[in-house]
Write a protein that binds this ligand. Structure first.
Ligand SMILES: O=C(O)[C@@H](CO)OP(=O)(O)O
Length: 345
């Protein structure tokens, strides 16, 4: 059975190591990981490289934004003692994670962080391609960061979805914004997918590196130092956030807002960033701070998890819309796809 790429004991993963395990193959040290699962090729968009660690620092957060409006059913955890029971009994839900497509600053090799840069043409194409890959997977709610590159990615991906529901960005920034964006038809609401934007899912704040060229910064401060800023777990770049600090807000948001939706059976897509997603994956796959150092995400590759019985099970990514592999992972995914086939033929 396919399980998480990272279920080997902490510290055993080697960069560029190939694993042969129960019919699927892990390739680390590349821009993405190809898993062969019972004959199906599954690309996860993950890879692992060597890294660093050490000291600690606190940092304040930057902006705030939406949570729920009328299109979203607010869901919250029950009191602690019944949470575990509920998690065990919870129905299955799909969780798709996607890092935004290539941005104009990815293309220029600039540190981006919380600077709000749009996608390149290639990034647009990556988002559309990602949408094709997930076009048969149910999506009931979308969470994106407050940054346009993640929002563009989510919206462009949804143009490819076979269910043709309309993703609608919720505006909760003021009472007026909420009032003015109401929908007055229940039918129309049912054909909509609420899109919640949250700064907590933003890219890690890169401090004084934002706007600097990555190569020039390495030439100036040394390759080692820059690698430490970029990939250590708890060393922040000058006046920026470490991955640990980014995880504090991104994982808290995931636990408080997204997990309750999954628990209630909602299928969720998250479009976010290299480092906010690395920290969420660290939580989902129970990676150690040493293991997460080696985790790299490619732009525009969707990754699928199944949430069941309170557990997150990584299922890779469909290699294409017609691949049977991912849809055969669970009965409800297969049924959903079957329904789409029946509806659209
Ligand atoms: O510049 C950034 O914001 C990020 C993602 O592109 O860079 P890094 O690869 O260093 O995490």
């Amino acid at each position: 059975m396919a399980t998480s790429v990272f279920h080997q004991p902490p510290g055993t993963a080697q960069p560029h190591q190939h694993f042969q395990n129960s019919g699927f193959r892990h390739e680390f040290g590349h821009a993405s990981v190809k898993l062969t699962f019972k004959g199906f090729k599954v690309e996860t968009g993950l890879s692992r490289r060597g890294g660093y660690s050490s000291c600690k620092r606190k940092f304040g957060v930057i902006q705030a934004s939406a949570s729920h409006t009328s299109v979203v059913q607010p869901v919250s955890y029950p009191p602690n003692n019944s949470t575990d029971e509920l998690r065990k009994k919870s129905s299955e839900a799909a969780l798709i994670l996607i890092r935004h497509g290539e941005s104009l600053w990815n293309e220029k090799n600039l540190f981006t962080g919380c600077v709000d840069v749009p996608l390149t043409k290639k990034g647009v194409e990556e988002a559309i391609e990602a949408g094709k890959r997930i076009s048969n997977i149910p999506v009931d709610m979308i969470y994106t960061s407050a940054l346009i590159r993640a929002q563009m990615t989510a919206m462009l991906a949804m143009t490819q979805h076979r269910r043709k529901k309309v993703p609608i960005i919720l505006h909760n920034e003021s009472e007026q914004a909420r009032e003015w964006s109401q929908i007055f038809s229940e039918d129309t609401k049912k054909q909509s997918i609420p899109v919640v934007t949250a700064w907590q899912l933003n890219e890690r704040m890169y401090g004084e590196l934002q706007g600097l060229n990555k190569q020039e910064t390495a030439d100036r401060f040394g390759k080692e130092k820059v690698h430490e800023w970029r990939r250590s777990y708890d060393i922040p770049p000058p006046n920026g956030e470490s991955l640990e600090m980014c995880a504090e807000r991104a994982v808290a948001y995931f636990k408080d807002h997204i997990e309750p939706q999954l628990l209630s059976g909602k299928n969720v897509m998250i479009a976010a960033h290299g480092n906010s997603l690395r920290s969420i994956i660290m939580y989902l796959d129970k990676l150690t701070s040493q293991e997460v150092i080696n985790l790299e995400l490619s732009t525009g590759i969707p990754m699928l998890y199944i949430f069941k019985g309170g557990k997150f099970i990584r299922r890779g990514s469909p290699a294409g819309p017609t691949e049977a592999g991912v849809y055969a992972y669970t009965r409800s995914l297969a049924l959903y796809r079957q329904k789409l086939d029946d509806m659209l033929h």
